[in-house]
Every structure is written in structure tokens, then in C-alpha cells.
Write a protein that binds this ligand. Structure first.
Ligand SMILES: NC(=O)c1ccc[n+]([C@@H]2O[C@H](COP(=O)([O-])OP(=O)(O)OC[C@H]3O[C@@H](n4cnc5c(N)ncnc54)[C@H](O)[C@@H]3O)[C@@H](O)[C@H]2O)c1
Ligand SMILES: [Zn+2]
Length: 366
């Protein structure tokens, strides 16, 4: 068994463990087999990930004598929609012999796969057990933990969905070696977010180990992922359904989502948009006197050394504000912002003025 880190997610009778280490995809078969009354496995992955990792997953299942099939969909956010979900559901329900309540769904891939396969698991036969095997850094540190699954709708991103906690999460850090730089950076933005909302020592770590992180050095990545998963797990355990502190995870996302929408999904990664959104939110906090100016300097410095842009040409508040008001997290037209009060601490406020938003957007579009 390869060197492994284990992080518990405490959710009463729905508790599970997140395991992090190199080569853990080889443990998939044994992990499925260890679930009570486990039947066959249905592995769902996108076309890119299937080409690289489906074989390893299948080999591991075979070795543990678990019957398994691989279902595939085209890579990309455009696949996180009802028609692709319906097609997968047709395939899942058309398998012979038919699936039953003991069937285990495996989401092998990035956040799109986790959300889509997770929603299949949440809805097939009113809920099948799910194993998350994330392969992108964003999925490792964010989407694979916490149980949010779902699809996009023409009316907005992630508007269809369900909470469905996985039975296990297996994070094979070796998969990061095939991830392209843009996607790696996207995940790193969420790591900086976790540091800013909860843990200044994580920011120290990211700053001190930037070179090893960018080189995807195995131990460094395993430690980075473990530290991030611990933060996400603690927040999810405290507030599974986002009625309180889970909202802190939206730091940088109010403006970030609006940037994604206005620049056009696909033209900017989620993490890069969140990086810009965090700079804007931090600027608002400094303007309001809530955060010290040094927090903004440090945020921009960390993002900059990782290679995440802190400015984007041509952002326009007249376009971004309506997009922000449309976000599903805006309540009764009121914009809610998660603003830093110190490094490692945030507060939720709903009285940010349009003038403050305009100023922050001018700042990041400079
Ligand atoms: N459920 C949640 O809590 C949650 C949280 C954050 C984000 N999300 C969702 O996650 C999605 C974004 O996730 P993402 O950035 O991972 O996108 P993604 O799943 O599309 O992956 C990005 C790209 O990287 C490729 N890829 C993934 N792993 C690879 C690997 N190891 N080697 C080579 N290529 C690989 C994919 O094929 C894809 O082309 C969004 O839809 C977002 O809404 C969900
Ligand atoms: Zn995010």
C-alpha cells in the first residue's frame, strides 16, 4: 500500500474518509469491495480522463474481483447538462445484468465528472453509493469533498442538483502529473481561498513551497491537498447544507462567477476567475476598513508568484453587476459578500455599496 494520508469527514452516519497519496487509484477495487454489500462498479469519466486512467481503474477493480464498466462523456463544462445526464442514465439503467441498490458509482475525473456522476449516483434508484476519485487539483481540494452534486441549466450554473455525500474519496496525487498548467492553477486559486478564509499557516506553506507546488512535487502536493481537505472537511462537518459557515467557501465567488459568465465559460478557468474575485473582495474589505491593506498586498503577491493573474483587461461593472444579481446565492436581490477581516478570517456582509463594487472592479481591470 502506498504512503497515505487519511482525513475523516465527520457527518454522523454519513461520515467517510478522504485518502490522499501517490498511486491510490490502484486501491479503487479494494475500496469498492470494502463497502458493505458492494455489488458491481460503474465508473464514469470524461473522454480525456478515460484515455489516461480508465485502464488503471479497471485493472484495480479486476484485481479485487469487482465487476466494473466504464461509461464516458465528452470532456468539458458543456457536458454538465440534462441531455448528457439523460444519456448516462440510459446507459446506467440499460446495463446487463441490471444495476441494483448495491451498485457503486465511481466518479473518476475533475469537478465536472464529480458533479455529473455524483448526480447520477444521487438519483439512480433513489441513490447509489458513490466513490469520488478526483483527478484535477480543483476536484482534489474542493469538489470531491462535501457532497454537492449537480448540473448546469440555461438559467445558470449548478441550478439542478442534490446533496449526496460520497462513501469514500480516493485522491491519487500522481494523476496531477498529466494535468495541464492552466487547470493546476485553477485548483491553486481554491487553495489560496482556503488559506485566506481559515488558515494563515496554509498561506505560509503555499508561499514557501511555490516552486515545489508548480513542479507538482509528490510530497508537497500530498501535503497541500491534505491541508486543504482538512479545511473543507471541517467546514462541511459544521454546516453540511450551507446555512452558515459553508458560505465562507464563496470568498471570491460573487465577483468570480460574474467574471466567468461575462468573459464566457471556457475562456477563463473557474479558479482564475475566483482569483480575480478574491482580489476584488479583498479590495472592498480594505476600502471599508475591515481588512488591513497588508492583506491585499499578500493576496496579490501569493497569486502572482503562482502565476495567477490579479488583473484582467476590459472588465466592466455594468456587465458584472447584473450577473452578480442573477447568482443563485444573491438573496432577494441583495448581494452577499464574503470579505476578509484578517488573513485566515472572513465575515459575510450584505451592505456592500454599488460604489464599492465599481471601485473594486476598476481596480482589478486596471
Ligand atoms: N460540487 C462541488 O462542491 C464543486 C465545487 C467546486 C467546483 N465544482 C464544479 O467543478 C467543475 C470544475 O472542475 P474542474 O476544474 O476539475 O473541471 P473539469 O472536470 O472539466 O476538468 C478540467 C479539465 O481537465 C481534464 N482533466 C482532469 N483531470 C485530468 C488529469 N489528471 N490529467 C489530464 N487531464 C485531466 C478534464 O478532462 C478537463 O478537460 C465546475 O463544473 C464546478 O461547478 C463543484
Ligand atoms: Zn470555486
Amino acid at each position: 500500500m502506498p504512503a497515505m494520508r487519511k482525513i475523516p469527514v465527520n457527518l454522523g452516519d454519513r461520515s467517510y474518509a478522504v485518502r490522499v497519496g501517490p498511486g491510490l487509484l490502484d486501491e479503487l477495487g479494494r475500496t469498492v469491495a470494502s463497502l458493505p454489500h458492494a455489488g458491481r462498479a460503474v465508473v464514469i469519466c470524461d473522454s480525456n480522463v478515460a484515455a489516461i486512467y480508465a485502464g488503471t481503474a479497471q485493472k484495480s477493480l479486476a484485481k479485487a474481483r469487482v465487476a466494473g464498466e466504464v461509461l464516458m462523456f465528452p470532456a468539458g463544462e458543456e457536458s454538465k447538462v440534462l441531455p448528457v445526464y439523460c444519456r448516462l442514465m440510459d446507459e446506467v439503467l440499460g446495463l446487463t445484468p441490471p444495476i441494483d441498490r448495491n451498485t457503486v458509482v465511481v466518479a473518476l475525473g475533475g469537478g465536472v465528472t464529480g458533479d455529473l456522476a455524483g448526480f447520477v449516483a444521487a438519483t439512480a434508484l433513489r441513490g447509489l453509493r458513490l466513490i469520488q476519485c478526483p483527478t484535477s487539483l480543483l476536484a482534489d481540494v474542493d469538489s470531491s469533498v462535501g457532497g454537492k452534486t449537480g448540473l448546469d441549466h440555461p438559467a445558470g450554473k449548478n441550478l439542478i442538483g442534490a446533496f449526496h455525500q460520497p462513501a469514500a474519496v480516493l485522491i491519487d496525487v500522481n494523476t496531477l502529473t498529466t494535468l495541464d498548467r492552466r487547470q493546476l492553477l485553477s485548483g491553486l486559486a481554491e487553495c489560496v481561498k482556503h488559506a485566506f478564509i481559515r488558515d494563515e499557516t496554509l498561506l505560509d506553506f503555499i508561499e514557501a513551497r511555490t516552486a515545489d507546488i508548480l513542479a507538482c512535487q509528490t510530497d508537497t502536493m500530498a501535503e497541500l491537498i491534505e491541508r486543504n481537505v482538512r479545511i473543507k472537511a471541517a467546514i462541511v462537518s459544521a454546516d453540511e447544507r450551507e446555512s452558515g459557515v459553508r458560505a465562507h467557501l464563496n470568498f471570491g465567488h460573487t465577483i468570480g462567477h460574474a467574471i466567468e459568465t461575462s468573459v464566457g465559460l471556457g475562456n477563463i478557468t473557474h479558479g482564475q476567475a475566483v482569483a480575480l474575485g478574491m482580489v476584488a473582495a479583498c479590495k472592498i474589505a480594505v476600502t471599508r476598513g475591515m481588512a488591513p491593506p497588508a492583506a491585499l498586498v499578500r493576496l496579490e503577491g501569493a497569486l502572482d508568484s503562482l502565476g495567477l493573474a490579479t488583473r484582467e483587461n476590459g472588465l466592466d461593472a455594468r456587465q458584472l453587476l447584473p450577473a452578480m444579481r442573477h447568482d443563485k446565492k444573491a438573496r432577494a436581490g441583495k448581494l452577499r459578500f464574503v470579505l476578509p477581516t484578517a488573513i485566515g478570517e472572513v465575515a459575510v456582509v450584505d451592505d456592500v455599496t454599488e460604489a464599492q463594487i465599481n471601485q473594486a472592479i476598476r481596480y482589478i481591470s486596471a
